[in-house]
Ligand binder design. Structure first.
Ligand SMILES: CC1(C)O[C@@H]2[C@@H](CO[C@@]3(CNc4nc5cc6c(=O)[nH]c(N)nc6cc5[nH]4)OC(C)(C)O[C@@H]23)O1
Ligand SMILES: [Zn+2]
Length: 373
């Protein structure tokens, strides 16, 4: 079995679950946050540093690697694990969403999506079959079905016809998948912000027996309350013995709120993206280390953090590097932000073990959101 989930326990206080996902490249404790490595690198981090902070699974993107360097190049290198020297687990997103968030001049038909490369402008086409062919070449442990993520907001008729097509595309993905024993294919539930459509899409997608299911169509600009409501309508309809993956999330509050609503896996560019402009997540809340107030602050970024950055460098030094656009500064803030989120998920897993996740959430939010930037 390429991907096998083991449910260890469900928190008595909330709908949160403790689990493990077994893959051909190791076991992942859940709930888990997956750092995003879109172009076969988690920006500025080495594989050794990712291991040092405890990451066991990272993301890469079909759309980006199809455009550059080409999935044929990665396949010739022996697959993504070899190409990027990462021997732990990898998940690849299927490309549909990235087409919408990156390229213009795109057209959706039953067959697939025509678009122009956001790099060269050349006309390209991705179908469910093409997406699976690319993902089979890349060789990730978990691959995603080719779906359409409707924009937010989107009217009901559009969301319904789009989710029905996403269901038909899932069946074509299953047909096209050549390596089901090595690469677990996850289906993706859509349905926009409409309760009955979410429930119907969950029934459609879970009618196909797969090793895991993702909740798509969220974290696309909707208010967080709407995202949480969509989760409450969807996760109860997903099989308990399979992992649930909320795509594109996220911030510390959204991670904890998602876990409380039964989500096991998350990914987001947030921690690495904001790090590159000098915004960090600390135990006292968001800290924008490039602010002038830190120019002569020789204390650690986060006094409660024991990561390499916080043990060896001051806020003044980090501010200096970020202001000078020194690459080392981006590396130090990225390292800390990922370390912070991976430690947060460790705390969440421990709180589930002790059936006290609601208390953990309240204490964390008080500290993190109680204070100012
Ligand atoms: C939160 C934050 C910081 O993450 C940023 C930016 C805007 O949101 C993000 C993250 N949200 C997000 N929702 C998704 C939904 C799907 C989906 O329905 N299907 C498939 N196959 N993949 C998906 C990937 C997703 N990523 O999406 C882009 C546009 C990639 O940048 C990310 O705000
Ligand atoms: Zn730190």
């Amino acid at each position: 079995m390429a991907v096998h989930y083991e449910l260890i326990k469900t928190c008595k206080q909330t709908g949160a679950r403790l689990g493990r996902i077994h893959t051909l490249h190791g076991t992942i404790e859940t709930p888990v946050f997956m750092p995003v490595g879109t172009l076969a690198t988690v920006k500025t981090m080495s594989p050794e540093e990712l291991k040092e902070i405890g990451s066991r699974i990272i993301l890469a993107n079909t759309y980006h690697l199809f455009l550059r360097p080409g999935h044929d190049v990665v396949e010739e290198a022996g697959g993504l694990h070899r190409f990027m020297n990462w021997d732990r687990a990898i998940l690849t997103d299927s490309g549909g969403f990235q087409v919408f968030s990156l390229s213009d001049l795109r057209k959706i038909t039953e067959e697939g999506v025509s678009f122009r490369s956001h790099l060269s402008g050349e006309p390209l086409f991705i179908s469910p079959e093409k997406s699976i062919e690319i993902q089979n070449s890349l060789g990730a442990d978990i691959i995603m079905a080719f779906d359409e993520c409707p924009p937010y907001p989107a009217d009901r008729d559009y969301v319904r016809s789009s989710m029905d097509r996403t269901y038909r595309w899932l069946q074509r993905c299953v047909e096209a998948h050549r390596r089901p024993e090595e690469q677990g294919l996850f289906g993706i539930v859509q349905g926009g912000m409409y309760r009955d459509l979410r429930e119907e899409s969950a029934r459609q997608i879970t009618s196909v027996d797969l090793p895991g299911y993702a909740i798509g169509g969220l974290s696309v600009g909707e208010p967080k309350e709407l995202m949480y409501e969509a989760l409450e309508h969807t996760t109860p309809l997903l099989p308990k013995e399979k992992p649930r993956y909320l795509m594109g999330v996220g911030s510390p509050d959204a991670l904890v709120e998602g876990v409380m609503r039964g989500v096991d896996m998350f990914d987001c560019v947030l921690p690495t993206r904001i790090a590159r402009n000098g915004t960090t997540m600390t135990s006292q809340g968001r800290l924008v280390v490039r602010n002038a107030r830190y120019a002569r602050d020789f204390s650690p970024l986060d006094p409660e953090c024991d990561c390499y950055t916080c043990r060896n460098y001051s806020r003044a030094y980090l501010r200096h590097l970020i202001k000078a656009d020194e690459t080392f500064g981006l590396r130090l803030t990225t390292y800390h932000n990922l370390y912070f989120l991976l430690r947060l998920m460790e705390g969440v897993r421990e709180a589930i073990r002790q059936d006290r996740l609601r208390d953990y959430r309240n204490a964390f939010f008080e500290k993190y959101y109680g204070s100012v930037e």
